[in-house]
Design a protein around this ligand. Structure first.
Ligand SMILES: [Fe+2]
Length: 322
């Protein structure tokens, strides 16, 4: 038997998983797949469809948020550029780029499913987020289950209640239906209600489904692994909220929020039909254009300061999102 991935799992973590924010220890920061040469190879092997490269702003500075692509730099040079810039590189579905990362994903879920009674997952994907000192991910929430594993550097995760006004049913429905996060409201006073988790190498965080959060890097290069997964409950939440959004948005009906029985079946059918008809795709936001190439020329230029289309709330989620 291989060594456990979670190095300090307590029996109570099995009961707490998914219900409250958890801050746990792991050993992946020492794993060969996360060594600098392995990450450099992964960067060099990633096609454009498997990454997002974003230039972002520092906290308390005019917001910047633009998407780029990697030029002809080596993986090591890309990491050096990120270490000295304001950039994050999200390598998406790394299991598609290198099956070894898929094997690791399988090992993680085999261990979790062994530790948490009744925990059965599907559609698991993992990504690797490499980001600059002080880079940040703005206030948002995710529609699938999430975990965040710190490999190198440190970051602070700010978590907020998943109830109004922090997250309203209408916002949840709009994000599920149209992948459009521009309606997420954020107020500075939310910070008084935030719960913080400081993540260092060898630590990971997991939090309840849909819980709003934002992330700030410490003053050093950060490498994290993000994992997204579904369970039947998470899929049910998506179907019901998606169908409720359709009822409210298209049929002008005030929906109930039942998660079981005939209502669930009807909503599942409604959401599936809308999804199949292409109705949802038409309303979904397109990815923003590519406006820079990370190459030697880019590195020689001074930093650009341009506002994001909606600076406080970028359309794509960083954690596991694509
Ligand atoms: Fe997220």
């Amino acid at each position: 038997m291989t060594d456990p991935i979670f190095t300090a799992w307590k029996p109570e973590h099995s009961a707490l998983w998914g219900n409250v924010p958890l801050h746990l220890k792991h050993r992946l920061h020492q794993h060969e797949l996360f060594s600098r040469p392995a990450l450099a190879r992964l960067i060099e092997a990633a096609p454009k469809s498997n990454y997002m490269l974003i230039e972002t702003g520092r906290p308390n500075e005019r917001k910047l948020w633009r998407e780029g692509e990697m030029g002809k730099l080596s993986g090591m040079e890309v990491m050096d550029a990120i270490a000295s810039g304001r950039i994050w590189l999200n390598l998406l579905r790394v299991n598609e780029i290198d099956p070894q990362y898929g094997k690791l994903l399988d090992e993680i879920f085999a261990e979790l499913e062994g530790r948490i009674p009744g925990f059965k997952t599907f559609k698991q994907i993992n990504g690797i987020l490499i980001s600059s000192p002080r880079a940040q991910v703005y206030y948002h929430f995710d529609t699938a289950g999430q975990t965040l594993w710190q490999i190198a550097g440190s970051k602070r995760v700010f978590l907020y209640p998943k109830e109004p006004p922090f997250l309203t049913p209408e916002t949840l429905e709009n994000v599920i239906l149209y992948n459009n996060e521009t309606g997420i409201k954020y107020e500075n006073w939310y910070e008084e209600y935030a719960q913080c988790i400081d993540l260092h190498p060898g630590e990971m965080a997991q939090w309840p489904l849909n819980m709003p959060h934002r992330i700030e890097n410490a003053d050093e290069l950060s490498v994290s692994m993000t994992i997204e997964y579904f369970t039947t409950d998470i899929r049910r939440n998506m179907f019901v909220n998606g169908a409720n959004g359709l009822l409210r948005d298209k049929l002008k009906v005030k929906p109930t929020r039942t998660l079981s029985g005939p209502s669930l079946m009807a909503k599942t059918a409604l959401y599936a039909a809308a999804s199949k008809s292409g109705l949802l795709k038409r309303g979904r936001k397109q990815r923003r254009p590519i406006t820079f190439t990370l190459d030697k020329e880019f590195l020689a230029k001074p930093a650009v300061s341009a506002p994001a289309p909606d600076a406080a709330r970028p359309a794509e989620s960083v954690l596991g999102g694509d």
